[in-house]
Design a protein around this ligand. Structure first.
Ligand SMILES: Cc1ncc(COP(=O)(O)O)c(C=O)c1O
Length: 376
C-alpha cells in the first residue's frame, strides 16, 4: 500500500539522536533551546516555546490567555478533535462555525454573527497546510477585542501575504510523526507576547524557573533533547520537503485537471504547504476510497465525522448546524502526500484515481462537484 504519509527520516536524524544519547543529557536542555530559537526565527516571532505535543501547545495557550468556564472560542468543526478539546479542557466552550466551501477553512464572513458577550478568542485552523483569511480574522478580532489563537498544527511554513502561519496571533504547532516536520511527538507555541512566553515556560516545567522553587501551579509538558535533535534535522530539511510536496501537488493538479472532481485551491497571496492533498469526489466518495485501497493506494478521509457530530460534543449541547462542514466530511478524501513519494508511486496513484473516478462518476453536470465542496 502506498502510504498517505511517511516521515522523512534518515541517517542525519539517527546521527543526531545518537549524539544526544551518547552525551547523557537527554531531557530538555541545549537542543530544545536551539530548536526554539531556530523555530522562532523561521516563523518570524519573538518566542517559540517547545512542548510535548500540539494538543498541549494549544491547551497551554488557552490556559495562558486565562480562558475560564463561561468563555467562548469561535472555531471550526472541520478539524482534528484536539482543537476543540484544548478549549474544553480549560472549561471554556468551543462555538463551531462553518467553513468556506473551496478552501475547507473557517469562513471568516460568519465569525461576527457568532460573537457574544462571552467570546474571548477566535481559533482558525490552518487545515491541510493552508492559512485561513488572516486579514479578515485579524480585523474582526481587533474590532471586538478578541485574541487570535492559530491552530497551525498542519501548516509548518505556510504563508499569508508573506507572513508565516503562527505569526499572526498565538500559534500552536504539532510535530507528530506524520506532520510536515516531526520530532515523533512534539509541539511549539509561537508568540510575540513576552509575558505569555514566560508563563508558558513556567507552566510546562512545574512552575519552576529555579530548581525546586515553584512559582506557580505547573505541569510537565517538556520536550526532550532527543526529540529536539530530530527536530533540528527536520527543520533544516523543511523548505526542501515543502517544495517537494508542492511539486507533487502540482503534478496531481495537472493529472486531474480534466476529471469531474474538485481540487485544492490556493487563494492569491498564500502559499500552501500541502500537509494533505484533498479532493472532492461528491457522493461516490466511499466507493472511490474503497477502489483506491483495493488498488494499493492509501487514500484516507480527514475527517469522516466532524467534531460537532461526535457524541461527547453533542452530549455537551455543542451541536451546530454546519452544512458545508457536513458536505466536506461526506465528499472529500486525501491522497498520498509526503516528500518521499516517488514518481512511480505517484503515477500509480494518478492511474488509480482516474480509474475509480471513471467508474463511479460519469462527469455529467449533475455528478460534477463545483471546485471545492458544495453544501449537502
Ligand atoms: C489541526 C490539528 N490540531 C491539533 C493537533 C494535535 O497535535 P498533536 O497530535 O501533536 O497533539 C493536530 C495533530 O494531530 C492537528 O492536525
Amino acid at each position: 500500500m502506498i502510504p498517505i504519509a511517511r516521515p522523512d527520516l534518515g541517517p542525519d536524524e539517527v546521527a543526531a539522536v545518537t549524539e544526544v544519547l551518547s552525551s547523557g543529557m537527554i531531557a530538555q536542555g541545549r537542543k530544545v533551546a536551539e530548536l526554539e530559537a531556530k523555530w522562532a526565527e523561521f516563523v518570524g516571532v519573538k518566542h517559540a516555546v517547545a512542548m510535548a505535543n500540539g494538543t498541549l501547545s494549544l491547551m497551554s495557550i488557552f490556559s495562558g490567555i486565562g480562558l475560564e468556564p463561561g468563555d467562548e472560542v469561535i472555531t471550526v468543526s472541520h478539524t482534528f478533535a484536539a482543537t476543540a478539546n484544548a478549549i474544553l479542557y480549560t472549561g471554556a466552550t468551543p462555538v463551531f462555525i462553518d467553513i468556506e466551501p473551496d478552501t475547507y477553512l473557517i469562513d471568516a464572513k460568519r465569525i461576527e454573527a457568532a460573537i457574544t458577550t462571552r467570546t474571548r478568542a477566535i481559533c482558525p485552523v490552518h487545515l491541510f497546510g493552508l492559512v485561513a483569511d488572516m486579514d479578515m480574522i485579524q480585523a474582526i478580532a481587533d474590532r471586538h477585542g478578541l485574541i487570535v489563537v492559530e491552530d497551525a498544527c498542519q501548516a509548518h511554513g505556510a504563508t499569508f501575504r508573506g507572513r508565516r502561519a503562527g505569526s499572526f496571533g498565538h500559534g500552536a504547532f504539532s510535530l507528530y510523526a506524520t506532520k510536515n516536520m516531526t520530532t515523533a511527538e512534539g509541539g511549539f507555541v509561537t508568540t510575540n507576547d513576552d509575558k505569555l512566553a514566560d508563563w508558558l515556560r513556567l507552566h510546562r516545567n512545574q512552575g519552576m524557573r529555579t530548581r525546586y522553587q515553584f512559582e506557580m501551579l505547573g505541569y510537565n509538558f517538556r520536550m526532550t533533547d532527543v526529540a529536539a535533535a530530530i527536530g533540528l534535522v527536520q527543520l533544516a530539511k523543511l523548505e526542501r520537503n515543502t517544495a517537494r510536496r508542492q511539486a507533487i501537488a502540482a503534478r496531481y493538479d495537472e493529472a486531474f485537471g480534466e476529471l469531474p472532481i474538485g481540487l485544492p485551491i490556493t487563494p492569491d497571496g498564500r502559499t500552501h504547504v500541502f500537509h494533505q492533498y484533498t479532493i472532492d469526489v461528491g457522493g461516490a466518495r466511499d466507493a472511490i476510497v474503497a477502489d483506491l485501497r483495493e488498488a494499493g493506494v492509501g487514500a484516507d478521509i480527514y475527517y469522516p465525522i466532524p467534531v460537532h457530530r461526535q457524541a461527547y460534543i453533542m452530549e455537551r449541547g455543542l451541536y451546530a448546524d454546519l452544512p458545508v462542514t457536513d458536505g466536506a466530511a461526506a465528499r472529500t478524501l486525501a491522497l498520498p502526500m509526503h516528500p518521499g513519494l516517488t514518481d512511480a508511486e505517484q503515477n500509480q496513484v494518478i492511474e488509480a484515481v482516474r480509474t475509480a473516478v471513471g467508474r463511479h462518476l460519469d462527469g455529467s453536470a449533475a455528478e460534477r462537484p463545483a471546485a471545492g465542496v458544495a453544501a449537502t
